[in-house]
Design a protein around this ligand. Structure first.
Ligand code: NAD
Length: 450
């Protein structure tokens, strides 16, 4: 009994020092400094871009890009004519030159750089062709459709000395920037593990998009759209819902996991492929003929650190990361960040003393108190620090970073090598799922091995 009482007393002290009584402080982040675009740009600094692919993402990129100072859209390309109309509507230029052939944009000397938001199976060709034609390019994530394609793309950027920005805009968010600073300051201590998750639970979130009503082989170049994939008869569902099939998309891994991986790499200052990956999942919710899993859990090893990412289209869950360190937990969401410190010390005598005879237990606790009580009393009160920011879109700062690099020739925040490494995590998750075994990345042969 005496022992229980003294333990409770100590536990009480412990809680005061480390747990329930943790104070908290919230700081609001101002997105303005991150995106410090000047409002006036000299005529000589104006950039003219062409856009390839004006679908769901391309239309958003176009709207954002033309709002940036000194940035002008001068041509648009898409295989579906309906999106030529859309590009003209967005830019407000009834005469905007439009084409189905992106090669025309590559040959156009009036175009300084390109934005590409085509489906994943077209990324490599467009990026390699753009680099070879001397054009800088912003290409959507995941950078590649396969590991081999990523190797070619990273080489093309290097060989032709081009600016290539990959579109995981998360890395341009103020929250990621702040998290990176916090990790670099050492406040996390030694990194132990990273976990992250994201889930959706509705047909649109699961990519069951409505195809445009008027889509037909007359207004869409369906043959070219399919690229090098074995040809199928015209199919509007594949056009709109290509993410569901591995022939065109990269599944939840390439669609969603890549954002988590890119953000994690940026925050931790990593630029490498995972050493190993093991993934499990299945088509558990959306049995609509797709061949990519809708639930996908991947466990990675980066250096010595385990990274566990859970992606689901069957249950909605907000995007969350937890960077677990020896000095506490840094939790990052889309618009918030909080660090809760952990002292990493005993705050009461070890409960192992319950196995001691009474006299020994009393002696141990007395000694423990004598050694620890003054120090415990002097511990500063740990404080959870939270950062919040307004709901803002990180696409604009990410595009701005690209345009700034096109002007300055300074590196972008997410080049082809970074994009390749982030995409490799996705390809490894997919390979592991389909092969039903752990996979490794072999840097020598630059292949994924079982
Ligand atoms: N960064 C993000 O948050 C984000 C969000 C959504 C999509 N994306 C990425 O953007 C890319 C496009 O996705 P989406 O949802 O906009 O697809 P989408 O199907 O809505 O649009 C793609 C467009 O590209 C056109 N296209 C295809 N091949 C072409 C070619 N060879 N030449 C010219 N046009 C071609 C299609 O006709 C279509 O209009 C994907 O890689 C996707 O992963 C990124």
């Amino acid at each position: 009994m005496k022992n229980d009482f003294s333990r409770r007393k100590f536990l009480g002290m412990g809680i005061a020092a480390t747990g329930a009584a943790i104070a908290s402080k919230t700081i609001f982040l101002d997105p303005e400094p991150l995106f410090a675009a000047p409002h006036q740009v000299a005529a000589s600094d104006r950039l003219r871009f062409g856009i390839i692919g004006i679908g769901m993402q391309g239309s958003g990129l176009l709207s954002n890009a033309i709002e940036l100072p000194g940035i002008e859209c001068v041509a648009a390309c898409d295989l579906y004519d309906g999106r030529h109309t859309l590009a003209r509507e967005i830019t407000g230029k009834a005469e905007l030159p439009v084409t189905r052939r992106y090669q025309e944009l590559l040959a156009n000397k009036d175009i300084d750089c390109l934005i590409a938001a085509v489906p994943d199976h077209w990324h490599k060709q467009v990026v390699v062709d753009a680099c070879a034609a001397g054009k800088d390019i912003y290409c959507e994530k995941p950078m590649s459709h396969t590991a081999a394609e990523g190797v070619d793309m990273a080489e093309a950027q290097k060989k032709y000395n081009r600016i290539v920005q990959i579109g995981s805009q998360r890395v341009s968010s103020l929250i990621c920037k702040k998290a990176k600073e916090m990790v670099a300051s050492g406040m996390l201590g030694d990194l132990m593990m990273v976990e992250g998750w994201l889930g959706r639970n509705d047909p649109t979130g699961a990519w069951e998009y409505p195809p445009p009503f008027d889509l037909s082989p007359q207004n869409l170049d369906w043959d070219t759209w399919q690229g090098t994939v074995p040809k199928r008869a015209f199919n509007p569902e594949i056009f709109a819902r290509w993410r569901c099939w591995k022939e065109y998309g990269t599944g939840v891994a390439g669609d969603l996991l890549v954002h988590l991986v890119s953000g994690m790499m940026f925050v931790l200052g990593w630029n490498e492929a995972p050493k190993r990956a093991m993934a499990m999942g299945g088509i558990l919710r959306w049995k609509d003929g797709r061949n990519m899993p809708d639930v996908h859990a991947s466990l990675y090893q980066y250096g010595e650190i385990p990274v566990y990412m859970r992606l689901s289209l069957g249950t909605e869950m907000p995007e969350v990361y937890r960077f677990q360190g020896s000095k506490g937990i840094l939790e990052m969401t889309e618009f918030g960040l909080s660090f809760t410190p952990q002292a990493g010390i005993d705050t009461s005598p070890s409960y192992y003393d319950g196995s001691f005879p009474h006299a020994m237990r009393d002696a141990y606790e007395k000694k423990w108190k004598a050694e620890h009580t003054p120090r415990l009393g002097q511990e500063p009160t740990p404080e959870t620090i939270s950062f919040k920011m307004p709901d803002y879109d990180d696409v604009k700062p990410h595009l701005w970073n690209f345009f700034e690099s096109v002007r300055s020739r300074k590196p972008v925040v997410e080049d082809a090598l970074f994009g390749h490494h982030a995409a490799l995590a996705c390809h490894m998750a997919n390979e592991s799922y389909f092969r039903q075994s752990a996979v490794t990345w072999d840097e020598k042969t630059r292949t994924i091995k079982s």
